[in-house]
Design a binder for this molecule. Sequence first.
Ligand code: TYF
Ligand code: FE
Length: 386
Amino acid sequence: MSKEIKSVNYGLEKIFEGAQDFLPLLGTDYVEFYVGNAKQAAHFYKTAFGFQSHAYRGLETGATDSVSYVLTQDKIKLMLTTPLNSKSPINDHIVKHGDGVKIVALWVDDARQAYKETTSRGAKSYMEPTVETDEDGEVVRAGIYTYGETVHMFVERKNYNGAFLPGFQKWESDYNPPTAGLKYIDHMVGNVGWNQMDVWVKWYEDVMGFENFLSFDDKQIHTEYSALMSKVMSNGNGRIKFPINEPAKGKKRSQIEEYLDFYEGAGVQHIAVATDDILKTVSQLRDNGVEFLSTPPEEYYKAVPERLQEFDHDLREDIEKLKALGIMIDADEEGYLLQIFTKPVEDRPTLFFEIIQRMGARGFGAGNFKALFESIEREQAKRGTL
Ligand code: TYF
Ligand code: FE
C-alpha cells in the first residue's frame, strides 16, 4: 500500500500557480461543538486533553439562550455550547446528532467579502455578515452551510483586541491542568453519504476555491470487511485541509456507514491535532484517561523498518516506545509521520480525534489505513455495528 502512494500527485504547486485565490484563509479560527452539557464537556477537554480555560459567555455575562466555554491549547480554540432552555434551536441539533461539531470557523481578513464570494458561487447562507462590538473593538462574522448541518463561519478580527469574541469574558478558573502539547489543527474530516464525496469535492472547488490534494479509492482503502473512499481538499495556501469520506460497498458495515447512521447524516468525523512530541503527548493523554483504538498487531511493527527504508528515511524515534503507546508510522517521499486515533469521544460512535506528528510527510497515513481500519472494526464488532 505504501508503494501506491508514490503515484499520488500532490496538488499544492498547481494551486500556487493558479488564478488569484478568491477566498484567502489565514487559518482555522475556532471549532464550535453543540453539546448537552458544556460545563462537563469543558472539564473533560481540560482534564483529558490538556486544554486551557480561555473565555466564557453565559448567564453571568448576560446571555439567556445558551452558554459557551472557549478552551485553547497553543493555536487551537474549541468552543463548547449548550442551550439554556427548550426553545433554543441548538436543542434540535443535539437531539438529531448527539454532541458534535456545528461550526468550523475560518479566520479571514474580510468576512463580508468571503461571504459574498462563496454565496455568489452557490453556498447556502447560515448567517449574513454580522458586526459585534465591545470595548475591545469589533469582529465581523458570516456563515455558510457545508455538508449536513455543519457550518463554515468566516471570522474577521483585524479590528479586535479582546480575548475571543464580543460578549465573552475572560474565563478565570482555579482548575488549570497542564497542556498536552497539542499545537494546531492539521486537518478536519467530513463524512458524507453514499456517492456524495464528489458532490462535496466539487462544492469545495467551486464555492471555496479549494483543490483536490490527494485521493484514495476503495481499492486502496479497504479491509476484508469494509471499504471507503476519501479525497483531501486543500485551500490555496495549504493551511486548511478537509478530507471528505464516503462509504463504499464491502462485506460488512463500514465505519463511515456507522457514523452516518449514528450521527443521522453527514458531519465532522475526526479532528486531527498536531504535536511536535507525540511520545510525550500520547503518554500524557493515556495517563489522563483518553481512550485510544487498540494497538496494531506485532506484524505491523515488524514491517515498519522496511516501509521506512523504501523511502530512505531514518526514524528518529525509538520504535519500541512508539509500539508501547500504539503510535503508527507511515512514510512518503518527503518524510514520515506518526499518528494515533482516539475512540469516539461520545457514546454515539461519531466524532473522534487523531494525534499527528509530521516529520516532513504531507500525506495522511495511507500505509496505516489497513491497520487502522481493522482496529476500528474491532470496536465496531464489540458494539455489534459491523
Ligand atoms: O484523515 C485521514 O485521511 C486519515 C485516515 O475514516 C483516516 O486520518 C481516513 C478515514 C477514516 C479514518 C482515518
Ligand atoms: Fe486524519
